[in-house]
Write a protein that binds this ligand. Sequence first.
Ligand code: OFO
Length: 164
Amino acid sequence: MLPKKVEEALNHQIREEFYSSYLYLAMAAYFEDKSLNGFATWMKEQAREEVGHAMRIFNYVTDRRGRVILEAIPQPTTNFSSVQEVFEKALEHEQYITGKINELYALSVEEKDYPTQVMLQWFITEQVEEESTVEAILERVRLIGDHQPALILLDRELAARQSG
Ligand code: OFO
């Protein structure tokens, strides 16, 4: 049986993951508007993966005979002033999500909920990768600065992101 407190916290996390998807779609829309189609493709793929994260928790809650209660998804920021700002916000967001996953893990330890601890290990590993990937792109964007040709090259490179 899924402890009530853990069930509630997992439901909040489902919303966080859908919000992540929504936020990355807002970033994709910004890039589309700037004709940076490679950056947009990368963000759309990121948004798609976030739906996968939400569904992973959704399915886990139902497998444990818990009840999924979908919560309202807030409107994401839609105003960005630069490519760099987008990736700064993306990194900030991933760090926030890492904090949420860590809180969830701490709660599952407190509640002696061993299956949830095992399920969350996937997310703990994933967050290391999420932060590192976004950080690497941010570093390159910072290096590029105002050099448009280099930005276009990076845009082309990011267009190659495969869905998987
Ligand atoms: Fe970006 O990892 Fe889920 O939220």
